[in-house]
Design a protein around this ligand. Structure first.
Ligand SMILES: NC(=O)c1ccc[n+]([C@@H]2O[C@H](COP(=O)([O-])OP(=O)(O)OC[C@H]3O[C@@H](n4cnc5c(N)ncnc54)[C@H](O)[C@@H]3O)[C@@H](O)[C@H]2O)c1
Length: 311
């Protein structure tokens, strides 16, 4: 009989940045389902506290820590607070990230700086504070998981976002090489278009185009990342480090311009795709239409897609 206890996270202590909603919340829920205690580290106190309560309702320990990942002192305090509560830190998921759309020939430097500060510098500061903690405790070891993006490999959003994510992927490799000596695995996960509040302004026509050009045939949901994050957080990945685990339904592999054909329906229906996003928008008290779209949330995304698709 195979022994799959290697995926069990019972007794492990984790933190997830940007864990209030979206992909971060999904990572937190997955880690808690696998047995871990999980701290929610976010700038959004109200929603982050609600997510921490949700983790507690699953029978795990949790806490909310207010922290802006771009501020080194706040990041260090956040890690210290998690360790004070849980006694140690085994798993750090560095997920907080933003996108600011805009034409690269015009984007103000302040917007470039902000995206790099949150996505790249923030991820580094978190990994640094987590790594130092993991090196201090006994036994010395840990799992650091950075959330990158398909945008690290392809041109997608704009230069600041894509460059920040490419930076996350390569920083992950460098830290993996440096910290392997301490049995600290550093990996990243690259999702494609995930229906989170970040994507609530994406028009339905675009979602349909994503379905048609993605081999597995549906738009990615936060819960499609559950398996990847538990794998990289658990003993099952003990010999995996510096890896970029692309979870995209095959989206970035496909260069066909025509819609892909299908033999069977996708595993996930259009209605099921947006369940977690609607739940997050409800928690954030953000309204949306019957299709789960709110163009006013990220008007720049809605406008860019409408122009590109002649909508
Ligand atoms: N949604 C997608 O399609 C997609 C695809 C690939 C990668 N990603 C990446 O996944 C991560 C999460 O994306 P999401 O779609 O869940 O985003 P989201 O906007 O839905 O949620 C982001 C969370 O991060 C928090 N946050 C933002 N700035 C922060 C800061 N400075 N410090 C601490 N917390 C902060 C927010 O309060 C929020 O809770 C990001 O790094 C994003 O770039 C998203």
């Amino acid at each position: 009989m195979a022994d799959f206890s290697m995926f069990d996270l019972t007794g492990k202590s984790a933190l997830v940045t940007g864990g209030a909603v979206g992909i971060g919340r999904a990572c937190a829920v997955a880690l808690a389902q696998a047995g871990a205690d999980v701290a929610i580290v976010d700038i959004d106190e109200k929603t982050g506290t609600a997510t921490a309560d949700e983790i507690k309702a699953m029978g795990r320990r949790s806490l909310f820590v207010k922290c802006d990942v771009t501020a080194k002192d706040q990041v260090e305090r956040a890690v210290a607070q998690v360790v004070e509560t849980f006694g140690k830190l085994d798993i750090g998921v560095n997920n907080a990230g933003i996108a600011i759309l805009g034409a690269d020939e015009e984007i103000p430097q302040a917007e470039w700086d902000k995206v790099i500060a949150v996505n790249l510098t923030g991820t580094f500061l978190c990994a640094q504070a987590e790594g130092r903690q993991m090196m201090r405790q006994s036994p010395v070891e840990g799992k650091i998981i950075n959330i990158a993006s398909m945008s690290a490999q392809i041109a997608n959003c704009n230069a600041s976002y894509d460059a920040s994510k490419a930076g996350v992927v390569h920083m992950t490799r460098t830290l993996a090489v440096e910290w392997g000596r301490c049995n600290i695995n550093v990996n990243c996960i690259s999702p494609s278009y995930v229906l989170t509040p970040m994507h609530a302004s994406t028009p339905v026509e675009v979602r349909q185009r994503i379905r048609e050009t993605t081999p597995l045939g549906h738009v990615e949901r936060p819960e499609d990342l559950y398996g990847a994050v538990v794998f990289l957080a658990s003993d099952a990945s003990n010999y995996v480090t510096g890896h970029d685990l692309v979870v995209d339904g095959g989206h970035t592999l496909n260069a066909w311009l025509a819609p892909l054909s299908r033999e069977v329906p996708p595993r996930v229906s259009p209605e099921e795709e947006s369940v977690q996003m609607r739940r997050d928008l409800d928690k954030l008290q953000i309204p949306y239409d019957k299709d789960g779209v709110n163009e006013d949330l990220h008007p720049e995304i809605a406008t860019a897609f409408k122009q590109a698709f002649n909508l």
